[in-house]
Ligand binder design. Structure first.
Ligand code: PEP
Length: 243
């Protein structure tokens, strides 16, 4: 399976910025991985239009658990699909922290995403305090069993919260250990499908550390925040993927 390099633009981006960034990605030529960009909802349709005919996929950063209705300010999964998205990030730590999203909420969103034809990337990861208390394995195992339905067929992103946007990353040994743990848990929860789920690493991935992180066992790609906003950095990360 090819590695997936996914860019999470978060609450950043204008039409002009998207045209420049996506234009550079579409022109990049052959890469050793698959590419996905997840712009804010306002730009999904435009980015999908700009990427028509390219292999770069488009995703949302969240969706509601209901397919439509009276939920002011929210975006439903069928609306993302209608705008041209084929993926959606769910349960990002910023959603869990800023919007109180529990594992149960994430689970319901996964079902909604799949029903709309989207592939979910479910984010898991421990806080700094949980890491210092040695609780990361239990926290991540609980997030996986609480957030994933038993027929889950999307991707998982391991994102230690203390590594997001901080420039800090876990040691290679810690990433290896956590990805092995996640793989084991996925096999327990999903059976043989658990062997094939891509497990992305996320948290301060940059051109300087991408090759080392992407070469680790069970790392199936990267979820990239800050560095996905600069085409040169995002493409340098993609070029570091394992062919
Ligand atoms: C993220 O928010 O998913 C992320 C990994 O951010 P950054 O790369 O900026 O740490």
């Amino acid at each position: 399976m090819r590695q997936l390099i996914a860019g999470n633009w978060k609450m950043n981006g204008t039409a002009a910025m998207a045209a420049d960034l996506v234009g550079a990605l579409a022109a990049a030529g052959e890469l050793p991985c698959d590419l996905l960009v997840c712009p804010p909802a306002t730009l999904i349709a435009e980015v999908a239009r700009l990427l028509t005919g390219s292999t770069v996929a488009v995703g949302g950063q969240d969706c509601h658990a209901r397919p439509s209705g009276a939920h002011t300010g929210d975006i439903a999964a069928p609306m993302l699909r209608d705008a041209g998205a084929t993926w959606v990030i769910l349960g990002h730590s910023e959603r869990r922290a800023d919007h109180g999203e529990t594992n149960e909420v994430v689970y319901a969103k996964v079902l909604a995403a799949v029903a709309a034809g989207l592939t979910p990337i479910v984010c898991v990861g421990e806080t700094e305090a949980e890491s210092q208390a040695g609780q990361q394995a239990a926290v991540v195992a609980g997030q996986l069993s609480g957030s994933l339905p038993e027929d889950f067929a999307g991707a998982v992103a391991y994102e230690p919260i203390w590594a997001i946007g901080t420039g800090k990353t876990p040691t290679e040994a810690d990433v290896t250990a956590m990805h092995a743990l996640i793989r084991g848990r996925l096999k327990e929860l999903l059976g043989p499908t658990g062997e094939r789920i891509l497990i992305l690493y996320g948290g301060s991935v940059k051109p300087e550390n991408a090759a080392a992180l992407l070469a680790l066992p069970e790392v199936g790609g990267a979820l990239v925040g800050g560095a996905s906003l600069k085409a040169a950095d995002f493409l340098a990360i993609a070029a570091a993927a394992q062919a």
